[in-house]
Unconditional design. Structure first.
Length: 551
């Protein structure tokens, strides 16, 4: 009887070992194929943002700016992480601009990941243990109210101990196996009954084992240069030793446990209510080790995020490290471009407080893309120490924007009222001493020309008045606004020309205001009646003359 059982066990162990070895070989091949490439995959941005929302940094990008700069899409371009916590800490780092955890230590992690291929691949394989999306919520177990631990929960370990005893005694009294079958059914009912109350916590708790396993594998990544990020890992792992032992009851490492062994563990878990018991014994450990658990998540996630940035650099032809200078100093961005544009045109710009920059040009000429390119690169410089430019030199800025427009249907507000509220928030931020980068695209578009120009002049003037250390970039179609602000704002433009098939753009930023009259020319090219075109040209000339007389 014993011999067949042993044969079955040996076969299962051998198959599990083969499955694990095969899985690791496939993973390594995938990691090598994906290095330096974007990772197209579904991303649950709400889950990814959960750690940021639960652990907000002292300073962060507001939702409006995040959306205006399309940073969800930028995040997806950067996200070459292997773990769910890596995604979360990369997102947290981007949102934490201008003050993420040590940029110097993060840079050292990036350099090491790029230079030491063997160590990087070992780290990525360890991080792959945490690809399960439920890992995005393991940090919630650090909350004081995460587990509802009642005195009567002691019945669960006692009940499981009784089952183990019956299994042991069944060697002597085989009839006890019949009782165990009924007990198995009772445990299934108990698990269903408790599933709603502890289901989420169990799913999250199962990620603690892989998290701590990955963290132990990553201990050797740290150096003196990375200590500001990795220095706490060893101490935190020591503080969580007992929690890790409990978590191993119910955790399954996807790299070292084959499918057969995993299925066997699941049945054993159900028979003995191991997950419910693990939560019972883990309650006190989670309360005492909450800070250590969050600390481990931060270190593991930051290492994964640094490897992702190393992959980004390896696949990016033109990038540079930023040079961050003192507050109030001038900024210079050379050959800067947007990372999401497939064939980008680079542009350079220098800005020096207290002067802002007005950017003019026709629709589709590149104004909005350039504004976003500057904003995105400032965020990247201050969060992942990487810029899409030939060179980058600037102070640390708080980035605030007012670009996109949308009605707030829930509050019953028009986009003009929403914009007014957003602009006033930026005006209030402009009273702070910390340097800001303010980005505007067509201020107050939703009102009449006179009030639009008057209000825009007042806002743009207030943001740099009195020697404030801020930088303001604003796109506009209004020549009158350019005239009103010519003493305090440098003017640039994106040009265009009318070709045989319509407007032609070169997307090059040029000093001075736009002078083309291509809107009317495009009317003519599109077949507008000659009388209509002539009337439009005459009226434009008269308005220009009137504007020059009133300067």
């Amino acid at each position: 009887m014993i011999a067949p059982v042993l044969v079955v066990v040996v076969v299962m162990v051998a198959l599990s070992a083969w499955s694990s070895r095969h899985g690791r070989a496939k993973l390594l091949a995938r990691l090598r194929a994906e290095w330096s490439r974007p990772h197209p995959r579904a991303r649950d941005m709400e889950a990814i943002a959960d750690f940021f929302l639960s652990h907000p940094p002292p300073a962060s990008l507001d939702d409006r700016t995040w959306d205006d700069l399309m940073l969800d899409q930028v995040f997806a371009h950067l996200d070459r992480t292997e773990s769910s916590v890596g995604q979360q800490l990369l997102y947290h780092r981007l949102r934490s601009a201008p003050a993420p955890r040590s940029l110097q230590a993060f840079e050292a992690l990036i350099v090491r990941a790029t230079a030491d291929v063997d160590r990087r691949e070992q780290a990525q394989m360890a991080l792959a243990r945490l690809r399960d999306p439920s890992g995005c919520f393991v940090h919630r177990l650090a909350r004081p109210d995460a587990l509802d631990r009642r005195w009567w929960h002691i019945v669960f370990p006692l009940w499981s101990a009784a089952i183990v005893l019956m299994l042991a005694l069944s060697i002597v009294w085989p009839m006890l196996l019949v009782v165990v079958v009924f007990v198995f059914g009772a445990n299934l009912a108990i698990r269903i009954a408790t599933g709603k109350r502890v289901g989420a916590e169990i799913v999250w708790f199962r990620q603690i084992g892989p998290l701590l396993s990955a963290a132990r594998a990553l201990e050797s990544v740290g150096t003196g240069e990375t200590a500001a990020i990795t220095g706490s890992l060893t101490a935190n792992l020591a503080a969580l030793r007992r929690l890790g032992w409990i978590a191993r009851w119910v955790s399954r490492d996807p790299l070292t446990t084959g499918e057969l062994a995993g299925a066997a563990l699941e049945y054993l878990n159900l028979l003995l209510l191991m997950d419910v018991n693990a939560l019972y014994f883990a309650g006190r450990e989670l309360q005492s080790g909450a800070a250590a658990l969050v600390g481990v998540i931060e270190v593991v996630g930051d290492i994964d995020a640094a490897i992702a940035v190393g992959s980004l650099r390896a696949g990016t032809a033109r990038w540079t490290r930023p040079r961050l200078v003192a507050p109030g100093a001038s900024s210079a961005f050379v050959d800067l471009y947007h990372p999401l544009v497939a064939e980008p045109v680079s542009n350079s710009i220098a800005v020096a407080p207290p002067h802002g920059v007005l950017i003019t040009g026709s629709n589709m000429s590149g104004k909005s893309t350039f504004l976003r390119a500057v904003g995105v690169n400032v965020v990247l410089a201050q969060s992942v120490h990487t810029c899409c430019a030939a060179s980058y030199e600037a102070p640390v800025y708080c980035v605030r924007s007012c670009i996109g427009r949308a009605d707030d249907l829930m509050a019953g507000k028009s986009y003009y009222l929403v914009e007014v509220e957003s602009v006033l928030a930026l005006v209030r931020a402009g009273e702070l001493a910390q340097p800001h980068l303010f980005i505007f695209d067509e201020l107050f578009r939703g009102t009449n020309a006179v009030e639009r120009i008057a209000a825009a002049e007042a806002v743009l003037g207030a943001l740099i008045a009195g020697g404030k250390p801020h930088v303001v970039l604003a796109a506009t179609h209004d020549g009158e606004l350019v005239d009103l602000l010519r003493d305090s704002y440098v003017v640039c433009h994106f040009g265009d020309a009318v070709g045989p098939n319509g407007l032609v753009f070169d997307y090059q930023l040029t000093s001075g205001p736009a002078t083309s009259r291509n809107a009317i020319a495009l009317l003519e090219l599109s077949g507008a009646p000659a009388a209509l075109v002539a009337k439009a040209l005459a009226r434009a000339a008269a308005l220009d003359a009137e504007r020059h007389r009133t300067r």
